[in-house]
Design a protein around this ligand. Structure first.
Ligand code: ATR
Length: 281
């Protein structure tokens, strides 16, 4: 039986940076509790949930490959998880084991922190990609009232997202990006391009305006080529590390009932860890 125990469950799970965040916050806030890494192979998922209450878990994060597989074991799914089609956080809500998804809140919390007031006049966003991170970004931006253009190599994937989110969200190929930039208040990269070990992101940034905020969800490296080019054009930029931190805040609040602080010390800890494990970051 754990006391105030939370977890991140996945398979494999060794790479997860979440324990670093949550153990830092537990210590800093003086909360008696723990956040553990659980390696749960798919065939053990049923047994894990059968013993969940008895084990005393207060909740946790869910990662690959369980983000969909956990759904049948939960009592309720919140609107964010429904929109995302995946659960990344579990907690007890009035006795009901509830699944949610904090990726969209993490995405928005990061830009709100780093570029306060960015959305006061923002109307149009251009997002590159059509994967899980795109979904989180598009959903958050759409809820904030922005029109969102999703641009992806495989246009059918962008179309599927546009169809799901409906009015205000449109689908395009990557060749449309150049023409969309002039009207963009926000440009977001949610593809894997530009990440260490991946090919570079090669898009025509000629039309990028200085008023456009440029957000890259990649955090290895922190300063991607896209962000460097954007800064050279005078744009305000947002890197991807804060998305991880802010989605962590949302989980921590649900389990431990306190809002933890994203300190410079915590950012530095994570950056050191990324650099240690990703040569070249
Ligand atoms: P996640 O779920 O982590 O967001 P993903 O589902 O693997 O990531 O999505 C990766 C994104 O990067 C996709 O939009 C992918 O485009 P496709 O849907 O066409 O595959 C994009 N991507 C990856 N490699 C690419 C490349 N070489 N050129 C253009 N887009 C690429």
């Amino acid at each position: 039986m754990t006391v105030n125990g939370a977890f991140v469950m996945g398979h494999p799970i060794a790479h997860s940076r979440s324990p670093m965040l949550h153990t830092y916050w537990l210590k800093r806030l003086g909360i008696e509790g723990s956040y553990e890494r659980l390696d749960i192979p798919p065939e053990q998922l049923g047994a894990f949930f059968a013993g969940f209450r008895e084990a005393g878990w207060i909740g946790g994060n869910v990662t690959v490959p369980h983000k969909l597989a956990v759904i049948p074991y939960l009592d309720a799914i919140d609107d964010d998880a429904k929109a995302m089609g995946a659960v990344n956080t579990i907690w007890w809500n009035d006795g009901a084991l509830t699944g949610g998804n904090t990726d969209s809140l993490g995405f928005m919390g990061n830009i709100d922190e780093l570029v306060p007031g960015w959305d006061r006049t923002a109307k149009r966003a251009v997002i590159l990609g059509a994967g899980g991170a795109t979904r989180a970004a598009a959903y958050g931006l759409m809820k904030r009232g922005l029109d969102v253009a999703i641009c992806n190599r495989t246009i059918s994937k962008a179309e599927a997202l546009a169809e799901q989110f409906g009015k205000g969200v449109s689908a395009h190929g990557l060749d449309a990006v150049g023409g969309l930039l002039a009207g963009a208040d926000l440009l977001v990269n949610t593809t894997s391009l530009g990440m260490i070990g991946q090919p570079p992101l090669e898009i025509d940034l000629t039309g990028l305006q200085a008023r456009t905020v440029v957000y890259d969800v990649i955090y290895a490296p922190l300063d991607t080529d896209l962000l460097k080019q954007a800064k050279a054009k005078g744009c305000r930029t947002v890197d991807g590390l804060g998305m991880l931190l802010h989605q962590g805040v949302e989980g921590f609040r649900r389990w431990f009932k306190q809002t933890p602080e994203i300190t410079g010390e915590l950012r530095a800890l994570l950056i050191d860890d990324i650099r240690a494990k990703t040569p070249g970051a």
